[in-house]
Design a protein around this ligand. Sequence first.
Ligand SMILES: *Cc1c(COP(=O)(O)O)cnc(C)c1O
Length: 821
Amino acid sequence: MEYTIEQIAALCEGRLVKGSTPVSQVQYLVTDSRRISFPNTSLFIALRTPLRDAHVYIEEVYQRGVRLFLVQHLPENNTYTDADFIVVPDTLVAFQLLAARHREQFTYPVIGITGSNGKTIVKEWLYQLLQHDYSIVRSPRSYNSQIGVPLSIWQMNSRNTLGIFEAGISQLGEMPALQKMIRPTIGLLTNIGEAHSEGFTSLEEKLQQKLLLFSGADMLFCNMDDARIEQAVMDTGVSLFTIGHAAGNTLQILSSMHVAGATRIAAVYREVERSIEIPFTDSAAVQNAIACWAVMLYMGVTDVDIATRMKVLQPVDMRLQMVQALNGSAVINDSYSFDITSFSIAIEFLQQQQQYHQKTVILSDLPAFTPDETYSVAAHILAQKQVHRIITIGSKWQSLSRLLTVLPAKVEQYATTDAFLQQTTVHHFRNEVILLKGARVFAFERIAAMLSQQVHRTVMEINLSALAHNLRQYQQRLQPGTRLMAMVKAFGYGAGSAEVANVMQFHKVDYLAVAYADEGVDLRKAGIGLPILVLNVDEAAFDAIVEYNLEPELFSFPILQAFLRFLQHQGLQQYPVHIKLDTGMHRLGFEESDMPALAALLQQQQLLMIKSVFSHLASSEDPNDDSFTHLQARRFERCCDVLKDALRYPFIRHLSNSAAIFRLPELQYDMVRLGIGLYGVDSANEHQLSLQTVGTLTTTIAQLRHVKAGETVSYNRRGKITRDSRIATLRIGYADGYSRKLGYGRGKVWIKGQLVPVVGTVCMDMMMVDVTDVPDVTENDTVEIFGPHLPVQQVAAWSETIAYEILTGIGQRIKRVYFEE
Ligand SMILES: *Cc1c(COP(=O)(O)O)cnc(C)c1O
């Protein structure tokens, strides 16, 4: 659907300030300056959040070709004479109003889903189950927020026959806005639980808020097995389709039974007993499938169709994952669904992987009945981004090959996934990042399996969304104007320096820091353009530093003199450097007594440009040492003052590491250096921070055996077995960074909801754990070494060290898998 800019202004009740632009049609709404695919028909909405005022991106967005803007105020001395601005008091309110007015034009049914868990799964399952009967528009991924919902609603058009949208709230008062946009005719409440409770005073209050989504709906689906829900929904005044075990429910559940990896569920609806079978056994899946079943019955799908479709229900994994593959490549597997929104998100993710110069996209035909123009849109998106090779699978792309052959990329086409697998091998791919984007029926998981290496099944999963979340937690606590340097030394604290640096670059941190020049060189080769500080330099590294535009820390007179000689020799001037002061850590740095000589030296020369002056705190996480920390700060300030008088140009002062940022906000100066906190470890134990786990280390069980009481396990017979036991051998050992100190029951691992102890000595590549008390353990089961269920700090405590050492000690042979939620 397209609107003129005049229509948009009227719809969102804004004041239109016309420029001389010839563009005037709006098809896309953009809130993120980094995600612009169609500048000619996009309206940029400058949202203002506590963290970021998007009005500052107007210039960047304008440079990318956008000429239509929704703003709260015109840019100062507005020089954008060929752009149109709609001015409103509040851009978020206007954005939501626009979505609500857009929604009003459609009369087809809309399913609105909310609840504490399972919203996305139920939405995606309903899509799987009903796509044969309807042309469905739905929320992409988990777009369920105040910004995600209007973006989702904006996708509605007159060709659709059903909408499915999810709504998520985290605070009081958020639901009415979402209700006005979604206006569900059919409501579905998945469940109510503790998730996202911080913004509410009680569970009852949260439930009441969620129910506001359904005002005006014709029918509400809800699970009456939860007494709290039963009570609350009675008062909504909406007709109820109830689900539950008790007689009298619209869909009365009789039984659910596990049968070989599946669950058979029997129920009564309209006095007829019916049953379905789903290929899942966990209770959440059963609950979600039953909700979908109820909706299908209500919508008149036949029992036969329901049963057939339920049997082949596919798991939902909305995460965008990047996995290391053979021949130095990596695979982003996003073959769960294929629509334009998820396609542009995936392409964006591909684009960010600058550590690979070669980018390949393997894509299937879009789902059946997709109009040809959608293929043009997909081709257009590919044209906008640097993709080197496009491999298509499916006959539709073959017939539309002219859309692709005009692009600079190399194009290969195959009729079917089978044909592709027969004609190619992994040798076809080398040192490249490959995006797999395919509709379900093309079974791209077979391509993923061909490309990925599945040798050592111990993996470290890195949650890039959690990394971004943690960054925000700290950014929110910075005084206005304070800059941020992200520490990516030691392979990004084990998480992968290029991958972490990419996220940091995307989120516009100001600086990166590495320990050694080599690490900085790797980042430059991976396409990182941010300024990079190198903490520990020696003369041998000067060449690389200058060649790769890295900025050294100068910490002593000898290193400073050596660098001056080097610059002189090279004929370089004004080279950016950082002065390190020792204020009490006694590791590297100039001392306070060096200041007069240092100031005199710096004053005389033109070769160096002092970008920053900094020092490091010895004990910022420990409140008992706060007086020492402040002593360090006073020394630091005195030294900076001397240098400031000498230099007569501004430089950045920085002192705080993660623990200090939050605990000692008065020490933030001009910049802070964020390390461990980024990776989800709260070194100061300030629980208000709500950091998310970034790294999860898992392995699998190689073998299971019974061991009789009296026997021993592992080297030197130190693992004495005192009862008949079940022992599991895991594919991880001290060569992977799992310390021998964790042997003999000191360390534990998490398996199927329980912590179980390490038995005997940890070996080089393997170790044994006691799983006697865990039912249903089988070989190849996954075991968490640390992660969301077992914090890395706990493992560190068991091995008498700190999380830093555990994270940075995880062996390089362990495959890193990156994903975005
Ligand atoms: C590693 C390091 C940091 C980061 O410390 P965290 O405790 O991980 O936040 C900051 N500054 C310097 C000089 C460092 O070496």
